[in-house]
Design a binder for this molecule. Structure first.
Ligand code: GLA
Length: 382
């Protein structure tokens, strides 16, 4: 939706045409999945799909919010007891609360928002929503909160008001995204580096299974617990290990008899994935996309067999990519449905997409959605 369109809806809803307009994107992630709550690396980029919001301070202590895509309204106050019942409004409320907890004085506002990040597709529509409001309120109320802390505001919103114990990747990417660049982030130190990403002769494309399996957030939280338990067990012998990122396979093997088989598999995946992100960084420096692709397939395998966050539909699309000779393919984001991210040679692109659509439709009775990835800028005022 454009600025003009959201302003028009705002005018219809609130009879005023002078709100500010802000936007924040969703994200893709080249590699480094389920590593961000293990102190390890991620490799995301912001995309050309996101959330857009028109906002105007209303001089009261109430928020009036309208979700244009859903045609739903919500009104809520700003104290802890005012949690709204609409799922989408919890994100806006959570952002306000997390800013207030950090000493920011948030006042009421009237707002309309809309978005084009597909929901539940693993492209971080929720982080886009959080980042839009965190960025906007910080700017409009001149709170002076830095962008790292704004990312934490979004992350804490997920932890405390949505119930997902997520890492920092999605909110970070939404706020720090830069056109044409992927960002390698070290989630332990929060050091980051922009990598120009313009692979000559290749395209990045997402294939959306259009399935989202139930209980994704409790399964996500369970993965996190497994990792923390494995890291804590290793730390008894190796106190320098704070996160799985600090552990080696040898250290993990030492505690094999002390943790469950499941926790062992989860930790093994994370330790291997940490190494894969390092390998991909090196490969990108050399322009070696063959290696990048190979690592993507390895990640898929790990996410499917060790971390167990893939599903039948994602494995199917991954197999189709492999059979078709696609350079790299894997499940992207938290998993349990959503998209595969595919690194495809230009000359294979058309036949791969046609083949994947046909085969998927034959098997599951509906088409996957296809999104070409355009790496774009992060949160901004329009
Ligand atoms: C979700 C979370 C992120 C990250 C990914 C998996 O998108 O919000 O913090 O853990 O899953 O890499």
């Amino acid at each position: 939706m454009t600025k003009e369109q959201i302003l028009k809806i705002y005018q219809e809803k609130f009879g005023n045409d002078t709100p500010e307009v802000y936007a924040s994107p969703g994200r893709v992630n080249l590699i480094g999945e389920h590593t961000d709550y293990n102190g390890s690396f991620v490799f995301p980029g912001a995309i050309d799909k996101g959330m857009i919001a028109a906002i105007r301070l209303n001089g009261t202590d109430k928020v009036h919010a309208y979700a244009a895509d859903l045609d739903e309204s919500s009104e809520f106050g700003l104290t802890e007891g005012d949690l709204p019942k609409e799922g989408w409004a919890k994100y806006i409320f959570g952002v306000c609360r997390e800013i207030i907890k950090r000493g920011g004085e948030v006042t009421g506002f009237d707002t309309v928002f809309a978005g084009d990040v597909p929901l539940g597709a693993g492209m971080s529509s929720s982080a886009a929503l959080e980042s839009t409001y965190a960025y906007a309120l910080n700017d409009m109320l001149r709170l002076g909160i830095d962008k790292f802390e704004l990312a934490r505001v979004g992350q804490s919103t997920e932890h405390n008001y949505v119930g997902v114990k997520c890492g920092i990747m999605d909110q970070f990417a939404s706020l720090f995204g830069k056109k044409g660049h992927l960002i390698r982030l070290d989630t332990k130190t929060m050091e980051y580096e922009y990598f120009p990403f313009n692979p000559q002769g290749y395209k990045l494309v997402l294939l959306d299974t259009v399935v989202k399996h139930e209980l994704a957030s409790s399964a996500y939280n369970k993965r996190r617990e497994s990792c923390e338990h494995a890291a804590a067990t290793i730390a008894k012998r190796h106190p320098e290990v704070k996160f799985l990122r600090d552990a080696t396979m040898d250290m993990l093997k030492e505690v094999k008899g002390e943790i469950s088989e499941e926790d062992y598999m989860r930790a093994e995946y994370v330790i291997e994935e940490t190494q894969r992100v390092r390998d991909v960084s090196d490969a990108l420096e050399r322009g070696d996309y063959k290696t990048v692709g190979k690592k993507m397939y390895e990640t898929h395998h790990g996410m499917s067999k060790l971390y167990e966050v893939s599903c039948e539909e994602l494995d199917f699309l991954n197999d189709v990519a492999k059979e078709h000779g696609v350079t790299g393919s894997r499940v992207m984001g938290g998993g349990f449905g959503g998209c595969t991210i595919n690194l495809v040679k230009d000359e294979l692109y058309d036949s791969f997409i046609t083949d994947a659509k046909r085969k998927y439709n034959e098997k599951y009775g509906h088409l996957p959605k296809v999104y070409d990835v355009v790496i774009s800028d992060g949160a901004r005022k329009l």
